[in-house]
Write a protein that binds this ligand. Structure first.
Ligand code: SF4
Ligand code: SF4
Length: 311
């Protein structure tokens, strides 16, 4: 089902949501990111955010349990009904991908209480290649501006309830894919793991982990116990981690299973393109281009795969 909203009534619609719910949307400063807003005017519309929306569900660190007098007590923070507005199709697919692998109570509670509202991507840049990544529809509502009206695709009952007072579209329109300039030519790279071409990228890699921090589908974590000196009280935290750090695959005795930069770098690419797909039948990468945008040495693994396909 599709609904229609005149463009001039859009600010009023968003402000009416803000009155009833906690609304989180893209804001500009200092890096573009999703943040709680108090008025329509705060929303940043120009491009996808630099910081991905995963931070709403998987913050840098989060308390999972508290230890009180040597007893473990479940942490129950208040989880408010939240509307996450302004997600591009890549952002929505990234949430769908992470939903398949995160099962803990905190994550599930936040997801259950969050309504996902998408927004068509008007300004993809030279790093975006979402059209190569088999993206799917995954939203409660999705807004597409055409002429003087927003066409709103309703993807769930909960989404439908938010727009029940708007008029229905008589003839539904097809929402196009964003106009990508970049393309990933080949998703079948299983045979190319030993190709020498990867060494060029790995030589430039600083193992800084920026690609994984900004990737909307990277979800690796460490569990750390933060205890008081008396060892009776404290917290167990989930902390963001990265496969690009040597310490990530270090085990007792000091051995690291991905000791070389080459093995860590290839793990990132192969996890995104090949390994996740073997289990879930789709790539783990959504083509948002964030890893390429933030890489300090401008490594472009998409072009590396394209070169392999042409060789
Ligand atoms: S952002 Fe670039 S340099 Fe940093 S770990 Fe990733 S690929 Fe390596
Ligand atoms: S691997 Fe890069 S392009 Fe793909 S989803 Fe992650 S950040 Fe986006």
């Amino acid at each position: 089902m599709q609904k229609i909203l005149p463009k001039k009534e859009f600010p009023e619609f968003i402000d009416s949501l803000i009155k009833k719910y906690e609304v989180v949307a893209p804001v500009k400063s200092p890096n573009s990111k999703f943040q709680k807003i108090s008025s329509f005017d705060e929303i940043y519309f120009d491009s996808i955010t630099q910081v991905p929306a995963k931070i709403q569900f998987l913050p840098e660190d989060e308390t999972l349990l508290e230890f009180k007098n040597k007893k473990a007590v479940e942490t129950k923070g208040e989880i408010k009904k939240t509307i996450l507005f302004g997600l591009r199709k890549c952002d929505l697919n990234a949430i769908q991908i992470v939903d398949k692998v995160m099962y803990d109570q905190q994550y599930l509670a936040k997801r259950k209480n969050t309504v996902l509202i998408g927004l068509f991507c008007e300004n993809p840049d030279e790093y975006c290649f979402c059209n190569s990544m088999q993206l799917q529809d995954y939203h409660d509502l999705f807004f597409y501006l055409k002429g003087e009206n927003y066409y709103i695709d309703v993807g769930s009952k909960i989404g439908g309830a938010l727009v029940k007072n708007l008029s229905s579209v008589k003839k539904e329109i097809k929402i196009p894919n964003p106009a990508n300039f970049k393309k990933l030519e080949n998703l079948e790279i299983g045979e190319n793991y030993k190709d020498k071409i990867w060494e060029g990228d790995a030589d430039k890699c600083l193992s800084c982990s920026a690609c994984t921090v900004y990737c909307p589908t990277c979800n690796c974590f460490d569990i750390k116990d933060d205890l008081d000196l008396d060892l009776k009280n404290g917290e167990r935290k989930r902390c963001q981690a990265s496969c690009q750090l040597k310490s990530f695959s270090r085990v007792a005795g000091g051995k690291s299973y991905r000791d070389s930069r080459l093995s860590r770098f290839k793990h990132f690419v192969y996890h995104k393109i090949s390994y996740y797909k073997k289990i879930y039948n789709r790539p783990m990468c959504v083509g948002c281009g964030r890893c390429l945008r933030v890489c300090p040495t401008k490594i472009d693994w998409v072009e590396t795969i394209n070169k392999i396909s042409k060789s």
